[in-house]
Design a protein around this ligand. Structure first.
Ligand SMILES: Cc1ncc(COP(=O)(O)O)c(C=O)c1O
Length: 468
């Protein structure tokens, strides 16, 4: 049970993490907070002592409490991106990615390695009921390759929340976002073509690029400031790219910020250089405390953006239900779906339609986005308490993943192997770049492990780093 003073400490910690109170800044007095929260002076005093224990604040003689996170404080620092050599490269991450994914699926390990959401809530039980209730209704006749119409309608009905509305005729249901991304790449390019990707980039995208024989050029993204439009234009001038893949809404792994202005700026560049964009939108509904963001596709009036998404991060990845809104590539996408798998499994499509037909997903998202924000604070605190001082970690405004830079010469891949031997799965940073840029980075999932388990794992990882 969380005690009152811990709750207050948690709120202030979150504000420090979010930059509301910056390093060196004076915090409100105990009396002010006691009035603001309608709580006793003693409770606020205890909260401040707790924050001192968390190494976040210090009292100054007769002057009150101040935020005291040394210059290298984890939660406000930005992982640096090495200036990436902008040379087109072949992708070769498949073997390592498969090993990492296999480890991440091992249920005996502490699950910090996968990008899996928390599936322990009421919504999952309701989803199971939906699956049971539709299972007896199998029809055994060929579905439209674009997918089950009622499901497409329900997805379309959710679309105004993301900006521009699209309708059911514009959607193709796929086997997860992964299949949508694969079809999208096939729609816009051929083997040997050059594709611009984020760096770091979700390794699942690198796998597709490798299997399809595409070459890539990396666009540096900063977890703190996102994509630099000038840098992007330089890259587009210099390289004959056939298209871009971006995940501008809480990307995996950095969760970099991308304002509506930047999104529109990216679209302007796409128009200027007449290029298509594949937009991976899978995390967009996981904004901290329900913050909603718009997709680049929602600004697009020419059908040059292919939106790809799924239910895997918002609800459950086992359904293997995703979708794409292929814009001007609708005909090709429909054909690819038909030629590859005929259509996605009807039972899962019907179950998801049944689930989405009430407000269950909205309720679920309200709960998990608050929970993930809280868990992010816990992870940052644990890192601050136990990891080397110069460690830096992202604090994305959505999703459930933190991208962590270890001070050199610490090695993220070595830590990954050490951690596996100790029963903990993490993801090594180097698989997020075809040119293996991020050897001293790791990615951690904070959605699943309970606080005690997370504490055990972070302490263990810190001890393993001492052995390096
Ligand atoms: C950014 C991103 N895109 C796509 C996927 C694949 O999603 P799905 O399970 O729906 O195929 C993932 C899964 O981790 C992801 O993180």
């Amino acid at each position: 049970m969380t005690l009152l003073y811990q709750k207050i400490a948690g709120i202030i910690e979150q504000q420090i993490n979010d930059g509301v109170f910056r390093n060196g800044e004076k915090l409100p007095s105990i009396r002010q907070l006691s009035q603001r929260f309608s709580m006793s002076i003693g409770t606020i005093q205890q909260a401040y002592v707790e924050l001192e224990d968390r190494r976040l604040i210090t009292p100054r003689n007769r002057s009150g409490y101040y935020v005291d996170c040394p210059q290298n404080i984890i939660s406000t620092a930005t992982p640096t991106i090495e200036s990436i050599s902008p040379t087109p490269s072949k992708v070769d991450v498949l073997e390592m990615a498969i090993a990492v994914m296999t480890a991440a699926r091992d249920e005996s390990l502490v699950p910090l390695g996968s990008a899996t959401p928390n599936v322990s809530g009421l919504a999952i039980r309701q989803l199971h009921q939906s699956i049971k209730s539709v299972a007896s209704r199998t029809r055994n006749f060929n579905e439209d390759p674009q997918g089950y119409l009622p499901l497409r309608r329900l997805i379309a009905q959710r679309s105004p929340a993301m900006g521009k509305a699209f309708n059911e005729k514009e959607i193709v249901i796929t086997a997860g976002c992964q299949e949508a991304l694969t079809f999208a790449l096939k729609c816009i390019s051929q083997a040997g073509d050059l594709i611009a990707i984020e760096s770091p980039c979700y390794y699942g995208i690198l796998q597709i690029l490798e299997v399809l024989g595409r070459k890539v050029v990396e666009i540096p993204v900063s977890p703190e400031s996102g994509i630099d439009l000038g840098g992007l234009e330089d890259l587009l001038v210099k390289f004959p790219v056939k298209g871009l893949i971006l995940s501008p809404s809480f990307s995996n792994p950095t969760g970099y910020p991308c304002s509506d202005e930047t999104k529109q700026g990216i679209l302007e560049l796409l128009k200027k250089y007449d290029l298509p964009l594949i937009e991976d939108d899978i995390y967009s509904e996981l904004g901290k405390n329900e913050t909603r963001v718009r997709s680049i596709q929602s600004f697009d009036r020419e059908g040059r953006v292919i939106l790809c998404s799924s239910i895997s991060k918002t609800l459950c990845q086992d359904l293997r239900i995703g979708w794409m809104v292929p814009g001007r590539y609708l005909k090709e996408a429909r054909l690819l779906k038909f030629a590859t798998t005929l259509y996605s499994p009807s039972i899962m499509q019907m179950a998801l339609a049944d689930f989405l037909s009430t407000q269950r997903l909205e309720r679920h998202l309200r709960l998990v986005t608050v929970d993930y924000a809280k868990r992010q604070g816990i992870l940052l605190r644990l890192l601050r308490q136990h990891f080397p001082q110069e460690t830096k970690a992202s604090r994305p405004k959505g999703g459930f993943i933190s991208w962590i830079e270890l001070p050199l010469p610490l090695d993220g891949t070595r830590l990954y192997h050490q951690a596996l031997a100790e029963g903990i799965s993490i993801t090594p940073g180097e698989i997020f770049s075809p040119t293996r840029q991020f050897k001293n980075f790791i990615r951690l999932n904070y959605a699943i492990a309970d606080e005690e388990v997370m504490e055990f794992a972070i302490k263990k990882l810190a001890a393993l780093l001492l052995e390096q």
